[in-house]
Design a protein around this ligand. Structure first.
Ligand SMILES: *Cc1c(COP(=O)(O)O)cnc(C)c1O
Length: 389
């Protein structure tokens, strides 16, 4: 009898357990918000990407409900066959208007937007330069494209310049890819310097605004707006599922780019169109982002309040550099991070431990919402003071 060809899976799982890398789901009940029911207990929610509190907003819920009643639950086909609806175009126009680009196209998720765009833009004869801390969807898109992939040290413009000067001429096209807000650290990419380098070396630049859309910039357009780079040539990707409270992804850029993606991005062509409910919720969210800047103001006030309290009252918890609502403090080991996460949960605070292989060093990741109340933030600070590891 040959050995069981599946036996390695159990051994592999055991290794994951031994490293304290094992993960499993935790059940959230009821509507999302600043507080949620986590396995039956009410906790203050510092774990979601719902920065503006829109995922539980009555107006998004109403828009999604009406869309389901009028258009049904499923879109029944891909956009190019039978799944295209007027609301998809309305949403794409709204994204282009928020981003101040010529056009936009929506995908079924941000992950699929990255994979589809990168594989459409570059291939075997091309070069991708990728920040070492980039999101999994950028990294996997790069691998899948078949291009040569070189990572550069996190946000290191000088190292990137050296790679470009040594390698650029050996390849046909070159694409630089980066998160705008780094999702597990909270810092920002050096966008103006990246744009200058891209221009100097004749490279395309793709920026993933997943955690920035609705959050950064005066009108909520993201990091590009925050850095005053609106209108410069680049490829902007993002998600409808974080600050916009829905589900789906998008690419925004020139009309030519978007037209090309509709013809060449396999994860757009060969997948079912966004559902009517998700589409309607996202469109409503973009209108709220544009019409209610006070939601963003409140979010940034909350971020400033928490940062200041943590730095003054618990300096021993070393915050990683952050310019976003994502605040992380590092712990010595994955086991310590798990312990801290457990203690927080017992005290009624939901802030997860993030461990390798998602990040190189274990940490607790706190994401602030505009709908957190001052008492929520105070309770978090008090609980962090009492952590014993
Ligand atoms: C969450 C995230 C994505 C994936 O977006 P989904 O719409 O959830 O698939 C892509 N890039 C970054 C940087 C993210 O944080």
């Amino acid at each position: 009898m040959p050995a069981d060809p599946y036996a390695w899976i159990e051994e592999s799982l055991a290794t994951i357990h031994r490293a304290d890398w094992y993960r499993s789901v935790q059940t959230i009940q009821g509507r999302p918000g600043a507080t949620v029911l986590l396995e039956g207990r009410e906790v203050i929610n510092f774990a979601s990407n719902d920065y503006l509190g829109l995922a539980g907003d009555e107006r998004l819920i109403a828009a999604a409900t009406i869309a389901v009643q009028q258009l049904g639950t499923g879109s029944t086909g891909s956009r190019l066959l039978s799944g295209h609806r007027e609301s998809h175009r309305d949403l794409e126009r709204a994204i282009a208007s928020l981003k101040q680009t010529e056009d936009a196209v929506v995908f079924s998720s941000g992950y699929l937007a990255n994979i589809g765009t990168i594989t459409a833009l570059v291939g075997k004869r091309d070069l991708i330069l990728s920040d070492q801390y980039n999101h999994s969807s950028l990294k996997n898109g790069a691998t899948l494209s078949g291009a040569t992939v070189l990572e550069y040290p996190h946000c290191d413009v000088e190292a990137l310049r050296i790679q470009l000067s040594q390698q650029r001429q050996n390849y046909r096209r070159c694409l630089i890819i980066t998160d705008s807000v780094f999702s597990m650290d909270g810092d920002l990419c050096p966008l103006p310097a990246l744009l200058d380098l891209a221009e100097e070396y004749g490279c395309m630049l793709l920026i993933d605004e997943a955690h920035a859309t609705g959050v950064l910039g005066n009108t909520g357009a993201g990091c590009v707006e925050h850095f005053g780079c609106t209108g410069r040539q680049l490829i902007q990707i993002g998600t409808l599922s974080k600050a916009l409270g829905s589900l789906g992804g998008y690419v925004a850029g020139s009309a030519t780019l978007i037209d090309f993606l509709r013809n060449r991005a396999p994860s757009w062509i060969y997948t079912t169109a966004l559902s009517p409910a998700d589409t309607a919720a996202a469109l409503t969210a973009i209108r709220i982002v544009q019409q209610e800047p006070q939601r963003r103001t409140q979010l940034w006030q909350n971020v400033a309040q928490l940062k200041q309290a943590m730095q003054e009252e618990i300096p021993k918890l070393r915050l990683l550099p952050s310019e976003s609502p994502i605040l992380c403090f590092q712990l010595a080991s994955a086991a310590d991070a798990l312990k801290a996460g457990q203690q927080l949960k017992l005290a009624g605070i939901f802030a997860p431990a993030i461990r390798p292989p998602t990040v190189p060093t274990s940490r607790i990741r706190i994401s602030v919402m505009g709908t957190h109340q001052p008492t929520h933030i105070q309770k978090l600070v008090e609980t962090l003071k009492d952590l014993h590891l």
